[in-house]
Design a protein around this ligand. Structure first.
Ligand code: FE2
Ligand code: FE2
Length: 116
């Protein structure tokens, strides 16, 4: 599970670096798609262990996952067709995602790891 977390952070870093470098539209879209797929796959994998949690905890954790996926989905609003990408806003949002995710791993996922 930690390896997947690592990969997701690397993916966020790649996207961040791309925005600084050239923010080529198609490349940004490809990375957002990859981030979305990887995150979804990771959450599905993680949720297979939710029987280890109390029902309330599992429900809350699931909601957190849903919220993050929606936030990643929301990145597409920063890639409007035929308009330049607002690089700074996109980077701010990425920063929020990274911080949120870090805290989720520390405070949410860690409970799951302890009970394994
Ligand atoms: Fe999680
Ligand atoms: Fe996780």
């Amino acid at each position: 599970m930690d390896e997947q977390h690592q990969q997701l952070f690397e993916q966020l870093n790649r996207l961040w670096a791309l925005l600084i470098e050239n923010h080529n539209r198609n490349e940004v879209i490809a990375l957002v798609e990859a981030l979305q797929d990887q995150t979804r796959a990771h959450f599905q994998h993680e949720e297979q262990s939710f029987h280890l949690l109390e029902e309330k905890e599992a429900m809350l954790h699931r909601l957190h996952h849903k919220h993050l996926l929606e936030t990643i989905q929301g990145l597409y609003q920063f890639i409007p067709p035929n308009e330049p990408i607002p690089v700074h806003c996109t980077m701010d949002r990425l920063q929020e995602i990274a911080e949120w995710y870090q805290s989720h791993v520390l405070h949410g996922d860690s409970k799951l790891l302890i009970r394994r």
